[in-house]
Design a protein around this ligand. Structure first.
Ligand code: WT7
Length: 660
């Protein structure tokens, strides 16, 4: 069924129960509107109050939002704090050191509990070890690690000494890792011998060695290795050290480095519309406020909750809703090493049951794939588990189709748990448009209304507001504390990408198309308006994949587009022209599979094209521009109804229409 059909079939509104409203952090729509009105009345005062209540400041701030150097906005600039102090020490100092911070569920089901006290000691030891290896405030540390307590320890230790971290997702290739090490100018790399996922070991250290050998990152003096499997690895004694051995020799006390609120906490790379990923730079004060505040509001978080966000720490969701938001509040959370289908498709449900998870946050793509598995095998259906501990569900990363929403609501949430469909981005730091579970009536497929204080709007190409009911470009009208501060090393690109002159230079351009409902004003996200694809909630630049393809010596030209996909949301389709005659039959199948493997090696398995089609040429206008619109239709298998009279080579369409 198409997305449109399923939207049309679902027009129910799901309001929170009286019980959910009663105890909620934001209790009822009046409370939501009151917060939004308060922000409107006194924007600075609103955020200043929350920043004082939610965070602990070493030196209080006197300034709030500074717009004098727009769009390089600053927040709480003269205040000083430390993100790790806020995540750990203050809970221990308040007598909550025995509280469980992380319930770690390993791939093989082994469970480890870590208290706030333990975590503080481990972070302090590792922070001391980093310092001993010469890492100083302002130095960048790249983290290429599996989902692990050690991964959180590494991030928090960097924060403790004021060294911005840059986490690279463990599924990225050596080449992607190398590009990031070079761009961010890393002095150290923290990795693991191997990563365990679904019973299989993957060689992280070997990929890290390859990345370092590619050069350009000679500034990396230390490679620190977390011993996960004990598998065989190569060792460079002058450079490499074991994480556990380093920590053993260090004190478990480490005075946090107090940094200015604008000090960069981390840089996280994400895809844009050009070939080169952007290093999204976040601040310490504004970001941490955003992480903690949205965690409280959107998940209606209470100290009694067991929170579980299934994202990887390699993505922003893992930064904000594993490493920083939950810890800043002193929450107890589950952290999961494995995959949702191992040992079977019931893993999420059995883990919720086992740890009595009350707030569960995952991606639509995971839900869609688990629906298929559950419907085929009742043993791993959520109904076969006791999920009564759940009270709030969330989704993130891509639009959720109403059918999947309703399945999630009924089968996982027992028709009792509100679903928060959270729209946000790497750049926004945390949730921007999302239901508040104890207030907002839910409409499947809509992320509903902005977080209190956020002014989201839909405009046309000139930056003018469009009326509700009419689609347009999603923008944010005022700066917010959690926003990115710049693109690492490229302030011009920051300005151009996010505050384009075409829209007047003051609106934050999200890069998504959206429409608001005529009656409710609810937002529905329609997908990216730039050359960015969303595959299983992962952001991929079409240009990045094209560059990877043309880097192969047999490829002359390549164009990449997205195609709607039932499970992954979008799928990558590549149209390829070779430097040799257009292959056919078995040869084409063989070359397509070689090129898929090539892309996996160049970028990472997530970027592999699902479909590769060969042609003598690509459809181009007489001025040589590739007509991507036509390629998108071909990728979907649609008949070409567009006007092709401007096409240089119309015959090519037939050739490209054939899938491999
Ligand atoms: C892009 C951002 C936000 C953390 C994970 C992804 C899409 C995100 C939703 C949602 C529809 C969504 C947008 C956005 N997106 N959340 N609830 N409904 N689309 O972060 O990799 O920076 O990607 O993901 O297209 O621009 P990201």
């Amino acid at each position: 069924m198409s997305a449109i059909e399923s939207v049309l079939q679902e027009s129910r509104v799901f309001s929170p129960s009286a019980e959910t409203v009663a105890g909620a952090v934001i209790s009822g729509m009046d409370a939501y509107h009151a917060l939004a009105a308060e922000a409107e009345r006194d924007y600075d005062g609103f955020w200043a109050k929350l920043a004082r209540e939610t965070l602990s400041w070493h030196k209080p701030f006197t300034k709030v939002l500074d717009e004098s150097n727009a769009p390089f906005y600053t927040w709480f600039e003269d205040g000083e704090l430390n993100a790790s102090y806020n995540s750990l020490d203050r809970h221990v100092e308040a007598g909550r050191g025995d509280r469980t911070a992380i319930i770690f569920e390993a791939d093989d089901g082994t469970v480890t509990h870590v208290t706030y006290q333990d975590l503080l000691q481990r972070v302090s030891r590792f922070a001391n070890a980093l310092k001993r290896r010469g890492v100083k405030k302002g130095d960048r540390v790249v983290i290429y690690m599996p989902m692990s307590i050690e991964g959180v320890v590494a991030m928090q230790a960097c924060a403790r000494i004021g060294a911005p971290h840059s986490v690279v997702f463990g599924g990225f290739s050596s080449k992607s890792l190398n590009e990031r090490l070079v761009d961010v100018g890393a002095v150290a790399l923290v990795t693991a011998d191997e990563q365990m996922r679904g019973g299989k070991a993957l060689p992280l250290k070997r990929i890290a060695d390859e990345a370092l050998a590619m050069g350009g990152c000679e500034g990396v003096k230390s490679v620190i290795v977390y011993r996960r499997t004990g598998g065989d690895i190569e060792w460079h004694p002058e450079r490499d050290a074991w994480m556990d051995e380093l920590a053993q020799n260090e004190s478990d006390r480490c005075e946090p480095e107090w940094v200015g609120a604008e000090h960069p906490l981390f840089v996280l790379y994400t895809s844009g519309s050009t070939g080169k990923p952007k290093g999204v730079q976040h601040s310490t004060g504004g970001y941490l406020l955003w992480a903690a505040q949205t965690m409280k509001w959107t998940f209606d978080w209470k100290p009694s909750d067991i929170f579980w966000c299934t994202a990887d720490i390699g993505w922003v969701t893992g930064h904000t809703y594993i490493t920083y938001g939950p810890l800043a509040l002193g929450a107890t959370q589950v952290m999961f090493e494995g995959v949702p289908t191992y040992p079977d498709g019931g893993r999420f449900w059995s883990t919720i049951e086992k740890h009595k998870v009350s707030i569960f946050y995952t991606a639509p793509t995971a839900i869609r794939s688990l629906i298929k598995i559950a419907e085929a095998d009742q043993k791993v259906h959520p109904k076969s588990y006791d999920l009564s501990s759940l009270r709030i569900l969330g989704t993130v990363g891509e639009p959720i189709n109403p059918q999947a929403w309703v399945w999630y609501y009924e089968n996982v949430g027992g028709s009792r748990c509100p679903i928060v469909d959270t729209w946000w981005q790497t750049e926004t730091g945390g949730h921007m448009i999302s239901p508040m579970p104890g207030a907002t009536p839910l409409v499947p497929g809509s992320c509903t209304l902005p977080v209190p204080g956020i002014q989201a709007a839909i405009v046309d190409e000139t930056g003018q507001d469009v009326p509700n009911g009419q689609g347009g470009i999603l923008v944010i009208k005022r700066p917010w504390p959690g926003m990115l501060r710049t693109i690492w090393g490229d302030p011009e690109r920051f300005k151009k990408s996010y505050f384009p002159a075409e829209l007047g230079g003051k609106l934050y351009l999200a890069g998504d198309g959206s429409v608001r409902d005529k009656e409710t004003g609810y937002f529905t996200i329609m997908g990216r308006i730039d050359d960015v694809l969303n595959v299983s909630g992962h952001r991929l630049g079409t240009m990045e994949i094209e560059s990877a393809l043309v880097a192969n010596p047999i490829v002359a030209e390549a164009a990449v587009v997205g195609r709607p996909d039932e499970t992954t949301g979008e799928a990558v389709v590549a149209f390829v022209v070779l430097k040799r005659p257009c292959p056919e039959g078995e040869e084409a199948v063989k070359l397509a599979s070689e090129l898929r493997a090539w892309v996996a090696k160049e970028i990472g398995p997530i970027a592999k094209p699902k479909d590769i089609r060969f042609g003598e040429n690509l459809p181009k206008t007489r001025s040589g521009k590739i007509m991507r619109r036509l390629l998108r239709s071909l990728a979907k298998g649609e008949a070409i109804t567009q006007d092709v009279s401007t096409l240089e080579n119309p015959a090519i369409l037939e050739q490209l229409a054939q899938a491999r």
